[in-house]
Ligand binder design. Structure first.
Ligand code: BTN
Length: 334
């Protein structure tokens, strides 16, 4: 999904901080210099500014604040397979918008991004505070036609990929807390919410939601979150380029999805999971309804169930539940 505007941005970003001549842009896009100028006017209307120097050309001198779909696409220009990108200023929940788009017949894959969510939600119907325009709120939407039984490792695989991407992008060490939390240094960095619709024993619709704290100042969160939440900007000590990061996330999620569907993810899943698993070898308590199981986490099995070794030393497997680390273990995890 490219537009002349995202191609122009892509060219300018690729050469930054050098200038790109109007002639080179016109040649690249197969249009006149007047045509280029008109598309640059459209970009100006979105908040971009350009420095234009006679004889040298253009370069970007100012970016619009927050997430911008053209910038995301410009950063993502190497994408192999087409997808649709929807970027909304505000929505109730990107997962709910994804459902509405699916119901309206939108072709998959597509990605819904929002600057703010008014009803962002997490696991167990919890609120996902999404007031802040500096973070990622995204849903990735697919129609995989897979047996539901194949999905037990899906969120785990995505989470391990996202940890790996964030680790490389920001040069930090995040971790994953089974089954859907991204952590760093004992604080929550993000969460995933996968929702699926099943039709005649096949997954028909699959919505993978991701909330990631990037630049959003934490003081917008209710006081009970104090000290329990982290942002990438906190960890790196400087603002993170939200559009470039979002593009990298989209690229990674789409290719991780392809590898999940064709089964090749099995070759690297265990290694990737073990690299980022923050629970392994630590004392944990798992809550499953009214049941509480205490023991030492021992990784996951092939189906993605959590293994917990109790006092008798034998591992028990748990396909679902909410797990907490012993209090003394929390700081420093991830
Ligand atoms: C959790 O930690 O329980 C999961 C949080 C998932 C939040 C994301 S933000 C984008 C998508 N839309 C939602 O309403 N939720 C997910």
């Amino acid at each position: 999904m490219t537009s002349p505007e995202s191609t122009i941005l892509g060219e300018l970003l690729a050469s930054d901080p050098n200038f790109v001549s109007g002639t080179a842009l016109a040649r690249k896009l197969g249009m006149s210099r007047v045509g280029i100028w008109m598309h640059m006017e459209k970009l100006r209307a979105q908040g971009f500014e350009f420095e234009a120097v006679r004889g040298r050309g253009y370069r970007i001198s100012r970016y619009p604040a927050g997430i911008n779909p053209l910038l995301v696409l410009a950063h993502l220009k190497l994408r192999r397979r087409p997808f649709d990108l929807l970027c909304l200023a505000e929505v109730d929940s990107t997962n709910d918008e994804a459902e509405r788009q699916l119901a309206g017949g939108r072709a998959t894959p597509f990605v819904v991004l929002a600057r703010r969510q008014t009803l962002g939600r997490g696991r167990f119907g919890r609120v996902w505070h999404s007031e802040n325009g500096g973070n990622v709120y995204a849903s990735f939407v697919f129609r995989p036609q897979l047996e539901p039984g194949r999905m037990t490792t899906f969120t785990l695989w995505m989470g391990a990929n996202l940890c790996d991407l964030v680790a490389n992008f920001c040069r930090i060490q995040p971790g994953i807390k089974w089954p859907n939390d991204l952590y760093i240094d004992g604080r929550k960095l993000g969460g995933m919410l996968t929702e699926a619709r099943i039709d005649s024993d096949q997954i028909r619709d699959l919505v993978f939601g991701l909330g990631l704290n990037v630049n959003g100042p934490l003081d917008l969160l209710p006081p009970e979150f104090s000290g329990r939440v982290a942002t990438l900007a906190d960890c790196t000590g400087r603002p993170v380029d939200l559009n470039r990061l979002t593009a990298a996330i989209i690229g990674r999620v789409l290719s991780a999805y392809d590898r999940f569907v064709d089964g090749s993810y099995r070759e690297t899943f265990a290694d990737l999971w073990n690299r980022y698993d923050i629970l392994r070898g630590r004392p944990v308590t798992l809550v499953q309804g009214s049941r509480r199981i205490a023991g030492v986490a021992g990784g996951i099995d092939d189906e993605g169930s959590l293994l917990i070794r109790g006092e008798n030393g034998r591992p028990q497997r748990f396909p679902a539940g909410e797990v907490t680390l012993e209090k003394s273990e929390r700081k420093g995890a991830g």
